[in-house]
Design a protein around this ligand. Structure first.
Ligand code: GLN
Length: 271
């Protein structure tokens, strides 16, 4: 009585074509590759079950009126599912630093779609899809403050970060003398800077830009940090066929205009 149901990948021909484009095709031929790239398992048949931290707008958040998840990644998940002949199912929000362990442990969700940077450390635990968004870091302070990266690197200064993120890692490495405050969400971090609880936030640039524009006009970005990050979708290492199918769907979404439409929806134009 397993929760896992094996599922044939339904769009084999589209997959093969897009797989070549994405550079993930393991060549044609009749012999099934050992990685079984034509098949994958899902925790619930017919559904792509997704997890995230739903406090990371515009990539993911909860619509205040409906309580439903919305955002760039939510639209990516819907389009992915459509391209794969699946429905999409979003589970409740969880802390960002629990996402990789949840996917690694298996049984609860198929993918984490969470503005998650592809890192070597994460790739030891889970597989990451091909990149679908480029990102960088930023330092955010109260507007008009005279802080700089140099003045912030002091024990008297508190830098708020979201636990387990690349922003937290950047702050540890580059502001080693500052006091770090690890929080569950970037919203808590920004609100804390707004109220004077913390001196700065280090977080992904697309998120700080969006947040300042939409909700925190009294904050400003004092530094854009070109970390050259790329977001990918986390999949269990036990499910290589799913990663392959997601990469194929992402490649289709790039060529058929789906990704451009989602970028236009959330960022005003294609990224
Ligand atoms: N891109 C950052 C990371 O992967 C932050 C992601 C997030 O907070 N959702 O660590």
């Amino acid at each position: 009585m397993s929760m896992l149901s094996r599922r044939q990948f339904v769009q084999a021909s589209a997959f093969a074509a897009a797989g070549l484009l994405a550079g993930c095709g393991s060549s044609g031929g009749d012999a099934a590759p050992a990685a079984d790239a034509s098949e994958y398992t899902l925790v619930n048949e017919g559904k792509l079950t997704c997890i995230s931290n739903l406090f990371f707008p515009p990539f993911e958040s909860m619509n205040e009126a409906t309580g439903e998840p919305e955002g760039f990644d939510i639209d990516v998940s819907k389009s992915l599912a459509e391209h794969m002949g699946l429905e999409v199912n979003w589970l409740p929000s969880q802390d960002f630093d629990t996402l990789v362990p949840t996917i690694k442990n298996g049984g609860k969700a198929d993918v984490a779609i969470a503005g998650m940077t592809i890192t070597d450390k994460r790739k030891e635990e889970v597989d990451m899809s091909d990149p679908y968004v480029d990102s960088n870091q930023s330092i955010v302070v109260k507007a008009g403050s005279s802080e700089t990266a140099e003045t912030l690197d002091d024990a008297s200064k508190t830098i708020a970060v979201q636990g387990g993120t690349t922003g937290a890692d950047w702050a540890d490495e580059n502001l080693p003398n500052a006091t770090k405050k690890r929080l569950s969400t970037i919203i808590d971090a920004m609100s804390g800077v707004q109220s004077g609880l913390y001196d700065a936030v280090v977080c992904d640039l697309p998120v700080s830009r969006y947040q300042i524009k939409m909700s925190y006009s009294d904050l400003e970005i004092i530094e854009e940090i070109p970390t050259g990050e790329q977001y990918g979708i986390a999949v269990s290492k036990d499910n290589p066929g799913l990663t392959a199918a997601i990469n194929a769907a992402l490649a289709e979404m790039e060529t058929d205009g789906s990704m451009d439409a989602i970028e236009a929806e959330w960022f005003g134009s294609a990224l």
